[in-house]
Design a protein around this ligand. Structure first.
Ligand code: NAD
Ligand code: DAU
Length: 355
């Protein structure tokens, strides 16, 4: 049994679906179901006894303590977070509450639980914290990619809150000996990605005939990784990572935003051409830049490859095609996210199941 937090979000849901399909080991999924949590992502495991969903907050120490005592997981994987940089600029408080205070409360509950274990259960227990490359700050064009020893220089309320949580996780290992692992990953893309983030926003806006908003000059560089590859990296670190270590995870795939948007438009032009025969690129619109916008992220994923033998399975070409095909095949998911209906469904169907 493992306990996953934030497993109704984009990466967490992909992780839970892959975990149940590939490992078969039961998973308790604790998720607050914020706007970013979509229980419909987990429809295929809703009736599967290996998936136990609990609506709740990682900051609720009593709830987490009860779940740990009841299910006795061998590992906790913390995906739960406020994750969108633009939201953190407009409303930072939720980021401090969940990413900092929530992670602290979760660590406290896990520390007490781990302290109560004995023998093999204690020795084998792991707390894996899922973090981001954004904690390292921004790179100039000629800088080498981020290694695990790069200084922390977070620039947004989001990345500062994730940096704080990483430091707490590190401190719980150093001070209390909690068996922790941290992963710092680059930008993910793939199925179930909420259409507030660059790639899914471009897909859904393109298909709806809406503008494709490019912040600033569109030359900011991100390092893109297919979400299933991030999930396989987390499984590998959980299995074989050295305690107290951090592992950078990335796709060796740096691209400027404008190139990403052109790639998305090109695929849509061939898979779902516009009725008027024009390219979707005609919908590209330049808008005011994000305040404090980091110019470039790049991950050196050499350590996880050398130590744990992990490499991404997808190239950007294969992963982005799968992603676009998934969005084209799932218009109901997109429509229900856009209309907000996915949240109504949660209220009517899950209110009774709330912890
Ligand atoms: P997401 O926003 O899609 O999902 C976050 C999930 O956490 C949602 O289901 C939400 O309901 C849940 N949640 C939020 N606050 C909670 C709380 N207090 N208690 C319990 N659940 C709560 O995020 P994502 O993109 O899936 O990211 C998952 C993790 O991976 C985050 O920690 C993020 O920082 C990290 N990460 C994301 C990326 C990326 O490209 N998306 C890259 C690297 C790291
Ligand atoms: O690097 C990992 C991080 O990647 C994760 O930690 C975050 O949780 C995740 O949200 C993501 O952060 P970004 O800010 O890089 O992702 P986003 O999709 O918001 O933006 C990607 C780039 O595209 C960024 O340079 C801003 C730009 N952008 C974004 C949007 C939504 C646009 O130009 N237009 C847009 O409409």
């Amino acid at each position: 049994m493992i306990l996953v937090t934030g497993g109704a979000g984009f990466i967490g849901a992909n992780f839970v679906l892959d975990w149940v399909a590939q490992q078969g080991e039961p998973v308790v999924n604790l998720d607050k179901l914020t706007y970013a949590g979509n229980i419909e992502n987990l429809a295929s495991v809703q009736a599967d006894s290996r998936h136990i969903f609990v609506q709740g907050d990682i900051g609720d120490n009593a709830l987490v303590t009860r779940l740990l005592a009841e299910h006795q997981p061998r590992a906790v994987i913390n995906f739960a977070a406020e994750s969108h940089v633009d939201r953190s600029i407009h409303s930072p408080e939720a980021f401090i509450q969940t990413n900092v205070v929530g992670t602290f409360q979760l660590l406290e509950a896990v520390r007490a639980y781990w302290g109560s274990l004995t023998g093999d259960a204690k020795a084998g227990f792991r707390f894996l914290h899922v973090s981001t490359d954004e904690v390292y700050g921004s790179l100039a064009a000629s800088d080498p990619a981020f290694t695990e020893s790069h200084p922390y220089e977070p620039n947004s309320p989001y990345s500062a809150s994730k940096a704080a949580s990483d430091h707490l996780v590190r401190a719980y290992h150093h001070t209390y000996g909690l068996p922790v692992l941290t992963t710092n990953c680059s930008n993910n893309y793939g199925p179930y990605h909420f259409p507030e983030k660059l790639i899914p926003l471009m897909v859904v806006n393109a298909l709806a005939g809406k503008p494709l908003p490019i912040y600033g000059d569109g030359q900011q560089v991100r390092d893109w990784l297919y979400v299933k590859d991030h999930c396989s990296a987390i499984r590998r670190v959980l299995e074989a990572g050295r305690l107290g270590e951090t592992y950078n995870v990335g796709g060796w795939n740096e691209m400027p935003n404008l190139d990403i948007v052109h790639t998305v438009c090109g695929l849509l032009d061939s898979l779902r051409p516009r009725a008027d025969g024009q390219s979707y690129t005609s919908q590209i619109t330049y808008v005011t830049d994000r305040p404090g916008h980091d110019r470039r992220y790049a991950i050196d994923a050499g350590k996880i490859e050398r130590e744990l033998g992990w490499k991404p399975a997808e190239t950007f070409a294969t992963g982005i095609r799968k992603t676009i095909e998934w969005y084209l095949a799932n218009p109901e998911w997109v429509a229900r996210v856009q209309s907000g209906a996915y949240r109504d469904w949660v209220q009517t169907n899950y209110a009774a199941r709330a912890a």
